[in-house]
Each structure stands twice: as C-alpha cells, then as structure tokens.
Design a protein around this ligand. Structure first.
Ligand code: IPD
Ligand code: CA
Ligand code: CA
Length: 261
C-alpha cells in the first residue's frame, strides 16, 4: 500500500509541476484569501480515481470535494495541493498530502514537494523517511536557538491583530520565525530537523493528517494548544522536536491568557 501511495503522489506531483509552469488559473475564491486553482481540482480528481481503482470500498476525505462516505474502516485524508496561494504566485513551496487510516488509526502518510522532488513518508511504528533516508527531529533545546514556523488562518483580514500576538511572542524569543505558506511542509520540515517547531490555528484535517504522523514517527511531538495529543479534527496544533514543546505551550498560553479561541 505504501508503494502505491508513493506512486500516486509522485504522479500527482507531475500534474502540479505542469500546472505550475502553465500558470494554472485561479478558478474561484472560497473566501477573501482562500483560492482554488484548476490544478487543485485536477490533482484531486486524479488521486480519487487512482485510490478508488485500487481500493474501491475505501472512504475519501478531500479538501475540494465532498465524497459520500461509505462508512468503511478505511479512510484516506487528502490535500491535493497544500500551499495553493504559493502555487498561484509561482512561489515553489507547495505539496501534496495523503494520509491513510484504518479503524481510525493512522497507518501511512506521504507528503510530496514536487518542485524539490522531496518525498516524505511514514508508516506507523516504522519511522519517517525523506527520499528513502530515515529522518529525525532536531535536538535543539532552547527556543532562542530554534527556527519556528507558523501560518495565518484564512480569516486573517478580520483577526490579524490577534494572530500577530502569537507571531510576535515567537519573533521576540526564537532564533527565527518563518511563515512559508504550506502547513504540510512545515510539519515535514519539523520532522527532519530543518525546523524545531511549528504552531498554527484553524487548520483542516487534510493539512495535518499526514504531516503529524510524519513528525511523530520522526520522534517529535504533536499536541493541541492545551498540550493534549492532537487529532487532525482539532483547531490548534503545535508540533516540535519534543524538547522545546513545553516551552512553546507556555509561550502560547501566556499570549492567550484570558482569551477564548
Ligand atoms: C493552507 C496552507 C497554509 C495555512 C493555511 C492552509 P491550502 O492550505 O497550509 O500554510 O496557513 O491555513 O489552509 O489552502 O493551501 O491547501
Ligand atoms: Ca492545505
Ligand atoms: Ca489545499
């Protein structure tokens, strides 16, 4: 099954690269800052048809289309293009994300970054890999030595000041903070030690389902803002190398003291 996912996600990557060079059109806005391109839909259709060809009875949870659930014990959670805004601006930081779970336990995850030809994957209890090489989270122990990533939710035009408080708290404490625009990649970069931690609000299941398994299998920690094990249906996420996790939780809780989500 893992080999099948790798094959499908790499082929999907070719569709992404073709759309990238052909300046794939934005076809509609889901919100003021939330766009969909032709390529999002093309990739989603491709992945759906491939998975159903191999596994016709499985269920699919996909960003761009509602698929009728068959209530099987097999669920695929798919983001056809994570980082669509980047993609539409020809900023090459975008990915395809596929997670698979059986009886509500995530078994497999793959995130492919086509522009850089980097394929991250993980299998439950078997570790995490980047292009065949085993990966591990960083050993950075101090926030002041850490490179931290985040993202801004799609209601940032309304709530930007609020999100900026969290951003500012890390900007003032970390070695660096990045907002590169693709949560699945932020998670994979945390898994392989390029980043030491990542936090974000209001992500959707397809943004985090694959990346969070990859972080955990690489030895990292993934919780919500309360410090409980994060599930992809939740509203907040902190992923880290584990060592700086409590520190990240404390910083966010200080910022949010007295605030309701
Ligand atoms: C978005 C990206 C971005 C995050 C957004 C997500 P999309 O996914 O992951 O980094 O900040 O909240 O929705 O819309 O490009 O698939
Ligand atoms: Ca996404
Ligand atoms: Ca997407």
């Amino acid at each position: 099954m893992l080999e099948t996912i790798k094959k499908i996600i790499k082929q999907a990557g070719k569709i992404a690269i073709a759309g990238y060079h052909a300046s794939s059109k934005v076809i509609h806005h889901k919100g003021a800052t939330d766009i969909v391109t032709q390529t999002d839909l093309k990739i989603e259709d491709f992945i759906r048809s491939q998975i159903l060809q191999y596994y016709p009875d499985h269920d699919l949870l996909m960003e761009e289309t509602d698929n009728e659930l068959k209530k099987s014990n097999h669920l695929w959670i798919i983001d056809p293009l994570d980082g669509t805004t980047n993609f539409a601006h020809k900023f090459p930081f975008f990915a395809i994300s596929i997670a698979y779970e059986e009886n509500q336990i995530r078994q497999l995850a793959a995130v492919y970054i086509p522009f850089f030809q980097e394929l991250f994957w993980a299998e439950k209890d078997m570790g995490a890999y980047l292009n065949g090489r085993k990966i591990q989270v960083s050993e950075t122990a101090e926030i002041s030595q850490s490179l931290i990533a985040t993202g801004f939710p799609y209601d940032r035009w309304q709530k930007g000041d609020y999100y900026l408080q969290e951003f500012a708290a890390f900007m003032k404490r970390a070695q660096g903070i990045r907002r590169a625009g693709a949560a699945a990649i932020d998670l994979c970069y945390t898994a392989c030690g390029r980043l030491d931690g990542f936090f974000e609000r209001k992500l959707k299941p397809w943004d985090t389902a694959a990346g969070s398994l990859i972080v955990r299998e690489a030895g990292g920690k993934v919780t919500n803002y309360s410090g409980d094990l994060q599930h992809y249906t939740e509203d907040t996420i902190i992923a880290s190398n584990g060592i700086i996790h409590q520190n990240m939780l404390d910083i966010l809780s200080q910022v949010n003291q007295g605030e309701k989500n």
